[in-house]
Design a protein around this ligand. Structure first.
Ligand SMILES: *Cc1c(COP(=O)(O)O)cnc(C)c1O
Length: 398
């Protein structure tokens, strides 16, 4: 039963049938021209999603975490100082990685539920008269708390301080689902993976790199081998790969890019907004609160919902999985046991979101939450009913 239900975890996301078929290919020779013919068009496709015309795209057979690592190891040198804020499990883990790489981390701390504090970044950068800070790290969408940070505001802060630091951004749970503007925001490295907005299995680390980051790469001294951008830049333009490429995933990525193009990137964002808003209406009707502190921070891909005092959110998630075969996200780190998460990203629609809202509601009532069955569903229905446009016009698929 359960494998017929969509998952509501914030990645890996649901894989549409069309992509499952695209991935499933007989072996081809990755040194043949047929690989290059499939591979080369992926780069302009991904650049469109990242909204970059001046940057390069680099893809490793790995996950988002490797994208973080490549961002650091290709642009920085041993002992370099970086500036970052810890306000959720993912920003925490990237900071932890920097420490393990021997970087000197100037760490700000914000509450879990707050965004990356642009004003504090600016103050830290202004105080850094000798420009010792080499990079600012931002998690665009903190998947643990359902918080979207304002990357444009961080860019403004860096510019206002007149600081030359690189801007490295984790867009793993936002890119291809929420608006991301690599060039406009002056993002130097943008990191994502295949298993979230791109609706594929895990296995591709997808990284956007600015010209400024490429320049930093020339002099960066941290060791790198498997994740060396230079090996990709030397081979990819000719349709080659420095080792065996994950051919099936690349076929899948090509098809995912087609799906996004057919729906229209802005329509994809609008669909995510609608799904998210329906979930938020339900949360409100349940009398519960989001972990995100204010509406400007609300993520369009993930809602972290605070459970009532005395309840354990992990039990709720386990119960929903065991009884109804539906997967929600548990709370991580500082919010473990305190929030459960409804992922609403990737291959989902508002109609599917209703089933997640309805299931969460049943599970909460089962466990004695003071919630009225149907209340959240009704609030979401009312919103979806009134906000659903007629089916967006789809471009003719080939
Ligand atoms: C999922 C996620 C990651 C981790 O990516 P992996 O593919 O699991 O390595 C990093 N950052 C954010 C914000 C995420 O949501």
């Amino acid at each position: 039963m359960s494998n017929q239900n969509p998952v509501f975890i914030p990645g890996p996301t649901n894989i549409p049938e069309r992509l499952r078929r695209a991935i499933s290919q007989p072996t081809i020779d990755h040194r043949s021209s047929s690989f290059g013919t499939m591979f080369k068009p992926l780069f302009p496709g991904v650049k469109k999603v990242l909204k970059t015309e001046t940057g390069e795209v680099i893809m490793f057979p790995a996950t988002g975490t490797a994208g973080w690592e490549s961002a650091i190891s290709n642009t920085l040198s041993p002992g370099d100082k970086i500036l970052a804020c810890r306000h959720g499990m993912f920003s925490h883990r990237w900071i932890d990685m920097c420490k393990r790489w021997g970087l000197d981390v100037q760490q700000l701390n914000a509450p879990w539920g707050a965004g990356a504090p642009a004003a504090d970044f600016q103050a830290a950068l202004e105080a850094d008269k000798n420009h010792e800070i080499k990079a600012v790290l931002v998690t665009h969408n903190e998947t643990a708390t359902g918080v979207r940070s304002d990357v444009a505001a961080v860019r403004k802060a860096i510019d206002a301080a007149g600081h030359p630091a690189l801007l490295l951004v984790d867009g793993v749970s936002s890119i291809a689902s929420m608006d991301f503007r690599m060039d406009e925001w002056g993002v130097d490295v943008a990191v994502t993976g295949s298993q979230k907005g791109f609706m594929l299995p895990a296995g591709l680390s997808i990284v956007g790199v600015s010209q400024k980051a490429l320049k930093a790469m020339e002099t960066a001294k941290l060791p790198r081998c498997f994740l060396d951008w230079r090996d990709m830049l030397n081979t990819n333009p000719k349709g080659g790969f420095p080792y065996t490429p994950p051919v099936g995933l690349f076929f899948g990525l090509g098809e995912a890019l087609k799906m996004i193009e057919e729906e229209g990137l802005e329509n994809v964002f609008a669909r995510h907004h609608r799904m998210a808003e329906g979930v938020r209406r339900a949360v409100d009707a349940w009398g519960l609160k989001l972990c995100a502190h204010s509406p400007d921070l609300y993520s369009e891909t993930i809602s972290a919902i605070l459970v009532p005092e005395g309840q354990d959110s992990t039990k709720l998630v386990v119960h929903a999985a065991d009884k109804y075969g539906v997967a929600f996200g548990i709370g991580l780190g500082e919010v473990a046991g305190k929030v459960f998460r409804i992922g609403h990203l990737g291959s989902l629609t508002d109609v599917m979101a209703l089933s997640g809202i309805g299931t969460a509601e049943m599970a909460m009532v089962d466990l004695g939450y003071p919630i009225e069955l149907g209340s959240g569903v009704a609030a979401a229905q009312e919103y979806y009913r009134n906000s659903a446009a007629a089916e967006p016009k789809l471009a003719k698929s080939a």
